[in-house]
Structure formats: C-alpha cells, structure tokens
Design a protein around this ligand. Structure first.
Ligand code: ZN
Length: 104
C-alpha cells in the first residue's frame, strides 16, 4: 500500500488536491475514498510503466495536448492516465479487475 503524506499547499499546484509519486501520495487535505481511488489508479499506472517512463509519457502527452487545446486544464484532463483515473475513480472495485496498460 502506498504511503499517504499530508503536505502544505505550497507543495502542489493551485487547485490540486494530491499528487502520486511512485509509492507516495502527497496530499494537501484528507482524501475521500474516491480521491484515494483516483491516486491508487495512478500508482498502478506508474508501477506497470516502471515509474520514470510514466512521468516522461505524462509530461510529453500533456505538452502535445496543450498545443492542441491551448488550455492547461483541458490538456491535463485529456492525458490518458487522467482520463482513466477520472473515469473510474468512483468505482472502488475497479483496481481489482483493471487490465494492465489499458488507459481508458
Ligand atoms: Zn490524476
């Protein structure tokens, strides 16, 4: 189980509640089950991509989407990893049947 660490707001971008860095989830407030599920989906994504490639892919995809949409939040919400996490965050059983490398 990843470690959840409460941090000051200045550690995250404005408007963001949490960030998952490998096996550590940094959060500015207590996480609801839904929020924790969202971050745990990112943990699974990062594990299967062996961590570093996940972050490279994430940033490159965000930059490409930023060029496409010219909107930081719209680009963020359309990163494949975020789309999967947002789509399934309310399903607390999702991780038990999630397919590897299935970012939808
Ligand atoms: Zn996310």
């Amino acid at each position: 189980m990843p470690k959840v660490i409460r941090v000051n707001k200045c550690f995250l971008w404005k408007g963001f509640l949490a960030i998952t860095l490998g096996e550590v989830i940094l959060t500015v407030a207590p996480l609801s089950e839904r929020d924790l599920n969202h971050e745990l989906i990112h943990v699974h994504q990062q594990r299967e991509l062996l961590y570093l490639p996940f972050f490279v892919w994430y940033v490159v995809e965000w930059l490409v989407l930023l060029l496409k949409y010219r909107d930081r939040m719209k680009a963020y919400r359309n990163i494949r990893f975020e789309k999967e996490a947002y789509r399934h965050q309310d399903d607390l059983t999702y991780l038990s049947r999630r397919k590897h490398y299935h970012y939808q």
